[in-house]
Design a protein around this ligand. Structure first.
Ligand SMILES: [Fe+2]
Ligand SMILES: [Fe+2]
Length: 167
């Protein structure tokens, strides 16, 4: 079952799925299931969370929900461990926060066709760290949803463990 954090829906049965069905089962995204992200989730689950909630918000505001879903799913398509990157980083090289969106975009372009809107979303999703301003409203939606999902992913397992310890 394909589920986003805090949602009970099976996403493979929703209209959302039509937007990402050609890429969701790719080896590249499968690989993200083996990588830990935000302490207690996987990079795949994080990308799915961002993709689904960005789709919902963009649909609500009549923005390009399809591109939001696709770019959301691909926005963190990189395979290295961020701690390793930061420890091996050479002088003058971009920090992980700025570098991974460039790598994710390159990987996404190898996987599928990327529209200018999707390119902007992936490239600028770390705004304001990217310095360059996002060009589209959808890009701003993803920057906010990305941070919102990160907070949920870190806090919910912690809250659950605190609550279960007091039962
Ligand atoms: Fe990211
Ligand atoms: Fe992210």
């Amino acid at each position: 079952m394909l589920k986003a954090i805090c949602s009970k829906k099976d996403l493979s049965l929703c209209a959302y799925y039509d937007c990402i069905c050609d890429i969701i089962n790719s080896c590249e995204l499968e690989h993200l299931k083996d990588i830990t992200h935000h302490i207690s989730t996987t990079r795949f689950q994080h990308c799915l969370n961002v993709s689904y909630y960005s789709y919902i918000v963009c649909k609500k505001f009549r923005l390009n929900a399809r591109s939001a879903a696709r770019a959301g799913l691909l926005h963190d398509l990189f395979y290295y461990d961020r701690k390793e990157y930061n420890s091996m980083r050479e002088k003058g090289q971009f920090s992980h926060s700025r570098m991974h969106s460039v790598i994710a975009l390159r990987n996404a372009e190898q996987l599928t066709d990327i529209t200018p809107l999707e390119r902007d979303i992936i490239e600028k999703h770390m705004f304001p760290m990217t310095i360059k301003l996002p060009k589209y409203r959808e890009s701003y939606v993803i920057t906010v949803i990305d941070k919102y999902c990160a907070v949920l992913e870190v806090c919910i397992p912690k809250i659950c463990s605190i609550l279960s310890a007091h039962q």
